[in-house]
Design a protein around this ligand. Structure first.
Ligand SMILES: [Zn+2]
Ligand SMILES: [Zn+2]
Length: 395
């Protein structure tokens, strides 16, 4: 269990003066699935259970899991979501609820983002535990306690529960399509700007800051960046660093109780784009991939703001720069990370027009009440000038 052992299933008083709780009881990414029955026996009160998968993850892993479980005497309801792209909306939630057995005692979710978001929500609403079996290192929601779902065409984050156990096979996870690996890496480099925004707000607004939680995210992020080549080449060690970072990022969110350690201006940009695509009925770019692009834009925005005369006039500007320096990535560094993972640094290669990105940079701060470099640039009255300068360099 390694790096997780101190954290999981724990509650402790932190030097930040708050108590942190982590409810996940077990994490094992080298799990031997012959023994999945033992894990289910531990957390589920009877042998009637549901396995949730989509048509890809069914073939990749769910069918095999069902065989092992049935051998161990479980009565398994295999629910496969057969849509080409599963949209986690009210229709699919209703479908699962109508198809699920009446007295099942637990759900095993085999898949990545959407499958886990659905399982976490449904398990929380019918008051049963769930076990997560990740199949791709594509996003940081495995350890999450919330479910982003779509209701009336709007993305809404619902409170839910975290999994009792996260068990995976690192070889299967590393075999995920490259675009999912790239997205996971993108979500992780976004932590660099997320932490920078948290520190910025702590310095400027006295916002609560937990150094312990922040360090957990920083350490995991650093390992991924140092091993980007191994991640790109699907070396099992590299994939393990990436999965560890994605899980720890989710754990950090549950420790604080909200997503501050894992989500800053880069996520506002990504969410703005996601909502826009959803409204227009277009296929969205993978979440982590838009976060990767957001991270580049935010690093450029930081560079612009910290060198502006408006900022340098601020009384404690030197101190702010000093506190940000260890965490804040330089645009050149972010470009290098993107290139090493095989992603373009140009927004047009993702199909994002100049006008849409301009609109995004100018308005993303409004979708959520969270202080970031976007709101600070607006406060200094330089957001528009910064946007023009950044975009001219990218188109
Ligand atoms: Zn703390
Ligand atoms: Zn994210």
């Amino acid at each position: 269990m390694g790096i997780y052992s101190d954290l999981i299933n724990s509650n402790f008083h932190c030097p930040c003066m708050r108590e942190h709780n982590v409810y996940i009881k077990e994490i094992d990414l080298n799990f031997d699935f012959k023994h999945i029955g033992n894990v289910c026996n531990k957390y589920f009160i009877n042998k009637k259970i549901a396995v949730l998968a989509d048509k890809n993850t069914r073939v990749i892993q769910a069918d095999e899991i069902v065989v092992h479980l049935r051998k161990d005497g479980f009565e398994v309801d295999l629910l496969v979501l057969n849509d080409e792209e599963v949209i986690p909306d009210e229709k699919i939630v209703g479908t699962i609820l109508m198809r699920i057995g009446r007295d099942i005692s637990g759900i095993v979710a085999v898949g990545s983002g959407t499958i886990n978001d659905l399982a976490r929500f449904i398990a929380s609403r019918i008051h049963i535990p769930y076990i997560s079996v990740p199949t791709a290192p594509s996003m940081d929601g495995y350890a999450s306690v919330v479910s982003p779902l779509i209701l009336n065409n709007k993305k809404i984050t619902f409170p839910a529960i975290s999994p009792f156990a996260i068990i995976g096979d690192i070889n299967i996870i590393g075999n995920a399509p490259l675009e999912m690996i790239q997205a996971g890496f993108g979500d992780i480099i976004g932590k660099k700007t997320a932490i920078s925004d948290w520190i910025l707000s702590a310095k400027l607004n006295n916002e609560y800051y937990c150094d312990y939680t922040s360090k957990i995210v920083q350490k995991a992020t650093k390992l991924c960046i140092e091993n980007v080549d191994k991640i790109y080449n699907r070396n099992p060690k590299g994939i393990k660093y990436l999965m560890d970072a994605l899980i720890l990022s989710g754990v950090s969110i549950s420790m604080i109780g909200y997503s501050r350690p894992a989500s800053g201006a880069e996520h506002l940009i990504a969410h703005y784009l996601e909502i826009k695509y959803l409204k227009e009925g277009k296929n969205s770019i993978l979440h982590g991939t838009s976060v990767a692009l957001g991270t580049l834009l935010v690093s450029m925005l930081y560079e612009y703001v910290l060198q502006s005369k408006e900022f340098l006039k601020v009384g404690n500007s030197e101190k702010i720069v000093e506190s940000l320096t260890p965490y804040l990535p330089k645009p050149m560094e972010v470009k290098e990370w993107l290139q090493k993972i095989g992603l373009s640094i140009y927004p047009k290669d993702y199909g994002i027009s100049f006008d849409l990105l301009k609109e995004t940079l100018l308005n993303a701060r409004l979708i959520r009440d969270r202080f970031t470099i976007l709101s600070y640039a607006e406060e200094l009255n330089i957001l528009e000038a910064a946007t023009t300068s950044i975009l001219t360099g990218l188109y």
